[in-house]
Ligand binder design. Structure first.
Ligand SMILES: [Zn+2]
Length: 394
């Protein structure tokens, strides 16, 4: 156990002595509480939840005690060394890195591997190292390993953005940001890597997988979804009737089990002139990130290459094809979606609205509310940019 971990363990032990948990034999003594509980908004969530005292393990703790329990994970020296080692191999100078360590498969004796992604410090929120890591690990892992890898703790050298947090909440489990400058690891940096040192493990780059995921999502989500020219202008009701019919196509035509199929959700872009210009559906059965709104905004945020059928990365890597060069959404563009946005898609819409050179909100109109926890307290709701379609839609 490292000195930092031992210290945090002692602090927690002292806290447990002082807490009502002591009387509860089955108290969950978590050494490291996911970062997600450090977020101010999530702290609010937690305090709301504790309104029913019997259901919360934190019931009866003072605010200071709860804060102590939410101390973020502290990366070990070996993990910091791994971050440095990955950054040293990166071709770009000013990069951030995100990585995870997890068993390579479900076999009992499977060796662990490192999945990593780097991205420039200046890259937009939707192209951060952490977003690349989640997208890429899920895409590479698919149904066999996607959950195993995405649920491992993710560490990143870039401060978590609202979008990073939301992506982790919806498609991963826990992530910790740390600053390499905060630690002087000279003593361990040059030490030979021991067998259990993560620097000795096989490394896999998530970025090509992330690009493949974005392209697959953008393309498959648009199959059979070209908005018809006959759709009347400035008529949300007609647009929702069309979108709902397309959404239920998916559900009815899929005979697979519920957990395997793509939930029938369609999102559409409406131009400032009221025309439905683009639409995409949810294709998240194999990659939890590929929601309808995500797929819809992909060409705007990552660039038109996402809709190119060319499989090689030549197009994606040429100058002008990066996220920085993609055009912003026109002022006054709206998003219609048949199901209320989750935290991740809400954060993505807000990030798209906040990009430099753009002003004003992106208004989102949804047809059906989502009562699930992932659609609670989203960025769109906080900003008041989201509303429910009012007219009856038969
Ligand atoms: Zn979503």
């Amino acid at each position: 156990m490292s000195r930092a971990a031992a210290a945090s363990h002692r602090a927690l032990a002292a806290l447990v002595v002082a807490s009502p948990w002591r009387q509860r034999a089955s108290c969950p003594r978590r050494r490291h509480v996911p970062w997600i509980r450090c977020d101010a908004a999530d702290a609010r969530d937690a305090s709301t939840e504790s309104a029913s005292p019997s259901s919360s393990p934190h019931a009866g703790l003072t605010r200071a005690q709860r804060r102590a329990l939410r101390q973020p994970y502290v990366p070990t020296a070996a993990e910091r060394g791994l971050a440095r080692a990955i950054l040293e191999t990166s071709s770009v100078e000013d990069d951030d890195v995100a990585f995870l360590v997890a068993p390579s498969s479900g076999d009992a004796d499977a060796p662990s591997v490192v999945w990593f992604a780097t991205s420039r410090k200046t890259s937009p929120p939707w192209d951060s190292a952490l977003v690349r890591l989640v997208l890429g690990a899920r895409e590479a892992g698919g149904r066999a390993n996607g959950n195993r890898w995405a649920r491992a703790r993710m560490l990143t050298t870039r401060a978590l953005s609202d979008l990073d947090r939301a992506v982790v909440k919806v498609a991963a489990q826990r992530a910790t940001a740390f600053d390499l400058e905060d630690h002087d690891d000279d003593a361990t940096a040059d030490a030979p890597a021991s067998p259990d040192d993560p620097r000795a493990l096989e490394r896999r780059d998530a970025t090509p997988w992330a690009r493949a995921a974005i392209r697959r999502g953008a393309m498959t989500s648009r199959v059979g979804l070209l908005p018809p020219k006959t759709l009347p202008v400035n008529d949300d009701d007609a647009a929702f009737r069309w979108a709902s019919a397309r959404a239920s196509d998916v559900s009815e035509n899929t005979q697979t089990q519920l957990w395997e199929r793509d939930r029938g959700v369609v999102a559409a872009l409406v131009s400032p002139r009221g025309e439905v210009t683009d639409a995409a559906r949810n294709v998240n059965a194999d990659n939890k990130c590929l929601h309808a709104e995500w797929n819809l905004l992909a060409p705007t945020l990552w660039g038109e290459w996402v809709l190119s059928p060319t499989e090689d990365d030549e197009i994606a890597n040429r100058p002008g094809a990066g996220p920085e060069e993609a055009g912003p959404l026109e002022e006054g563009t709206r998003v219609l979606v048949t199901l209320q946005c989750c935290k991740m898609c809400a954060a993505l819409v807000c990030a798209a609205a906040d990009r430099p050179g753009r002003r004003g909100p992106i208004e989102v109109v949804y047809l059906n509310p989502d009562d699930g926890s992932l659609a609670r307290d989203t960025q769109l709701r906080r900003r008041g940019w989201e509303s429910r379609h009012a007219a009856p839609c038969e």
